[in-house]
Design a protein around this ligand. Structure first.
Ligand SMILES: Nc1nc2c(ncn2[C@@H]2O[C@H](COP(=O)(O)OP(=O)(O)OP(=O)(O)O)[C@@H](O)[C@H]2O)c(=O)[nH]1
Length: 199
């Protein structure tokens, strides 16, 4: 099988969403594999890194987990500016958090990098009995706005790795091939031209 070589990608990823929706918990589940029942509220923002190896690329994530409390809202552009991907998180047991998530999506559509890859995560999917936002509601909104949608649970780990894998795959697809691949291609073109001209 022909291999063009694995890409190495460093990507800034930002998580946005209402307070208490589980942003920190999702990141911690991905980075440490653990879940805390009493996760403290984030102040300002928290930074994490994680490396993800896919067949097509190795992705080093620089993850900015922003604070959901309203008083930190004005800091958000510092974190989403220059980001390659964003995850907007809501809590399926809170309609208010879904409304807030839509506001985040609008803000990103207006102000973030136009190539930003956006994901919508309906978190706390383990709390089915307290559900206020239907799966179809989240899915429909995501479809209309070109977002990738998943329902997740940081508590049970449902769809958490899948979320980050999907982000990685999209980033790998969007990222240009390594320069060595391009050089090889152009050299072979030059060679064939030379052969044509001089033979
Ligand atoms: N049942 C359940 N609880 C969760 C889940 N994710 C997070 N939690 C709980 O929800 C609370 C808030 O989680 P955080 O991860 O701190 O939420 P956050 O969005 O980072 O909050 P801020 O830092 O205030 O913006 C914590 O008590 C978590 O244990 C989940 O998937 N299921």
């Amino acid at each position: 099988m022909a291999r063009t070589g694995n890409k190495n990608i460093q990507a800034k990823l930002v998580l946005l969403g209402d307070m208490g929706t589980g942003k920190t918990s999702l990141v911690l589940r991905f980075v440490t594999g653990k879940f805390l029942e009493y996760q403290e509220s984030t102040i300002g923002a928290a930074f994490f890194t994680q490396v993800l190896s896919l067949n097509e690329a190795t992705i080093k994530f620089d993850i900015w987990d922003t604070a959901g409390q309203e008083r930190y809202h004005s800091l958000a552009p510092m974190y989403y500016r220059g980001a390659a991907a964003a995850v907007v998180v809501y809590d399926i047991t809170s309609m208010e958090s879904f409304v807030r998530a839509k506001k985040w999506v609008q803000e990103l559509q207006r102000q973030a990098n136009p190539t930003l890859i956006m994901f919508l995560a309906g978190n706390k999917a383990d709390l089915e009995e307290k559900r206020k936002v239907g799966f179809e509601e989240g899915e429909q909104y995501a479809k209309e706005n070109g977002l990738v949608f998943l329902e997740t649970s940081a508590k049970t780990a449902q769809n958490v790795n899948e979320l980050f894998y999907e982000i990685g795959k999209k980033l790998a697809k969007a990222s240009p091939s390594r320069p060595t691949g391009i050089k090889l291609h152009s050299r072979s073109q030059q060679n064939s031209r030379r052969m044509f001209c001089c033979s």
